[in-house]
Design a protein around this ligand. Structure first.
Ligand code: THU
Length: 160
């Protein structure tokens, strides 16, 4: 038996002012997108902003539905919007922020498992890491270097 290391490679920042300008701008734009979320059922608004290698910034937010499972997370709205408008263009970063209408979200809110898997598809294909930044409404920000580090032993197209 041999021990394996599955720790994530990331950083925690105390406030937006500690971020490099590009990252701060992405989070701020994610907050703009978050405020336009359609989340009347959960009252949990999420915004996501994607920076492409060609400099384009694409935003998305969660879109809910009265038939609950028909809704969609902000991250997947954003990545599919990016892929549909700019197929094959390398994704550099995604920034995510979440806020509830019922309490102040102070802890960083990481992407759900389905969003990690969806984002990983693009990282695997482009063979370049996608950086992920995530936070609540206020408080600390976590930055992780790649989807692979958020999703160890992930499934990908090489198995098919
Ligand atoms: N949500 C996201 O947009 N992203 C995530 O990674 C987790 C959850 C949304 C889905 C739903 O509209 C609301 O947050 C509550 O789950």
């Amino acid at each position: 038996m041999k021990k394996i290391d599955i720790s994530s490679n990331g950083y925690i920042f105390n406030s937006l002012s500690e971020l490099e300008e590009e990252d701060r701008k992405l989070i701020e734009l994610a907050a703009v997108a978050r405020k336009k979320a359609y989340a009347p059922y959960s009252k949990f608004n999420v915004g996501a902003t994607i920076l492409l290698d060609n400099g384009t910034i694409i935003s998305g937010n969660n879109q809910e539905n009265a038939a609950y499972p028909s809704g969609m997370c902000a991250e997947r709205v954003a990545i599919w919007k990016a892929s549909s408008e700019f197929p094959g263009v390398t994704v550099k970063k995604i920034a995510i922020t979440a806020a509830s209408l019922e309490y102040t979200v102070k802890d960083p809110v990481g992407p759900c498992g389905a969003c990690r898997q969806t984002l990983y598809e693009y990282e695997f294909n482009q063979k370049e890491p996608i950086q992920i930044l995530f936070m609540g409404e206020t408080g600390k920000i976590i930055k992780v270097e790649s989807l692979a580090s958020l999703l160890p032993f992930s499934f990908n197209s090489s198995f098919l």
